[in-house]
Design a protein around this ligand. Structure first.
Ligand SMILES: [Zn+2]
Length: 397
């Protein structure tokens, strides 16, 4: 069934996606899997949070420390720890094979309590040259998991797809790895823009930008950032050597809120540096920048999510999950399309827009399969294989 919208490839037979059987990966009431998983997740997060309080110089993000109230987080930690113990107890009462998960959660919580628990002292944090963003990881995971698992359950595109779908461990590892690197990323990004784009800063232009209404500054940020990100993304697709780096991101075969985390570390650094250039040059107000960063962070996860919320004509203005899912499709008409991050306008403008009506992709991933472990994916772009033709995944645009 193909409709006749101009952006649809009318010669291509679009198909329905078939989700492999995931019944054994789902959560059912009464088997102890829900309580065991919650006990384990809350126990691990509580222990990591206590570590953040214990070693803030090395494990927390200076930029983030200024934004949150550590005393409120201590309250959250208190409820998290007791909830972990309660869920662990419930799992033991239910019995079954998930008791091991519950035991891990309870042990982590008890270890956190032994280190000071939610009564641990907070206060002055000494300076340190570099730190890991463990606080950023814990907060981002909590907020994203609650928000996006809720959206995926209430507005699912593929109801049959389990939260713990194939490769979820790999993508969780990427999620953790990329978030831990936040301080290094910020340092490298700030150095990059100051070193290579310092000459382009115009104080008078930035002063004029700051006289604009807030909404105009935010729209300006969105449009300028997306122009840079569109061309950077397109270059990663069209240059065979860069494609091997970007192919790691495209190797995801099940789209959900965690899928966008899969990025080669080189990609993570390049994306961060490129995204900072327009922000640095525009010099908008802090308020506009904060709104943009929050929106961009939400949209980056949302477009990968297993969510379908019809938005009417807004889909021509903002990138949606359907639009970005097509970018991840391995089907011929979708390859090398939908590069933009915030608004599909640039794809329409530069001839790379693909939104075939109501159709969604039947297949995701790269044409040529990639290895499925973090280390092998890390090495993948630098490894020449026998008979390797990197362009094989990249049909001409
Ligand atoms: Zn891409």
């Amino acid at each position: 069934m193909s409709d006749n919208k101009p952006e649809a490839d009318t010669s291509y037979q679009y198909k329905q996606r078939e989700i492999p059987e995931m019944g054994h990966r789902g959560f059912k009431f009464g088997e102890g899997k829900i309580s065991g998983t919650l006990a384990c997740a809350l126990g691990v997060l509580s222990f990591l949070t206590v570590l953040c309080y214990k070693f803030p110089e090395y494990l927390t993000t200076p930029e983030l420390r200024e934004a949150y109230d550590p005393w409120i987080l201590q309250e959250v930690l208190k409820y998290g720890m007791w909830a972990s113990l309660a869920f662990a107890t419930l799992t033991f009462v239910i019995g079954g094979k998930y008791r091991r998960l519950a035991a891990i959660g309870a042990l982590m919580t008890v270890a956190g309590m032994a280190l000071g628990g939610y009564n641990i002292e907070t206060g002055y944090v000494g300076p340190s040259a570099i730190s890991f963003g463990l606080d950023w990881l814990v907060l981002a995971f909590l907020v994203s998991a609650i928000l996006f698992i809720f959206l995926e359950k209430v507005f699912p595109k593929y109801r049959e797809q389990a939260v713990l779908r194939p490769d979820w461990q790999l993508d969780s590892f990427y999620f953790a790895f990329n978030h831990l690197l936040v301080t290094v990323l910020l340092l490298v990004g700030n150095y990059f823009v100051a070193e290579y784009f310092g000459w382009a800063v115009s104080k008078s232009f930035q002063a004029w930008v700051q006289t604009l209404p807030l909404w105009a500054q935010v729209v300006g940020l969105l449009l300028c950032a997306d122009f840079v990100l569109y061309w950077s993304h397109r270059t990663f697709h069209e240059h065979p050597k860069l494609w091997k780096i970007h192919a790691v991101h495209h190797s995801v075969e099940h789209m959900d809120w965690m899928a966008g985390s899969r990025n080669h570390v080189v990609q993570t650094f390049v994306d961060r540096c490129m995204a900072m250039v327009p922000l640095y040059l525009l010099g908008t107000s802090k308020e506009a920048l904060d709104i943009y960063v929050a929106f961009a962070a939400f949209q980056a996860v949302y477009v990968h999510a297993n969510v379908h919320i019809p938005v009417g004509p807004l889909k021509y203005i903002l990138c949606t999950p359907q639009y970005h899912h097509w970018h991840h499709s391995s089907e011929t008409p979708a390859i090398d399309t939908n590069y933009a991050v915030h608004t599909p306008i640039y794809d329409m403008l530069f001839g790379t827009y693909h939104m075939p009506g109501k159709h969604w992709p039947a297949h995701y991933g790269t044409v040529k399969p990639l290895p499925k472990t973090f280390l092998k994916q890390l090495a993948y772009p630098f490894k020449a294989e026998a008979g390797d033709d990197p362009a094989v995944d990249v049909p001409p645009s």
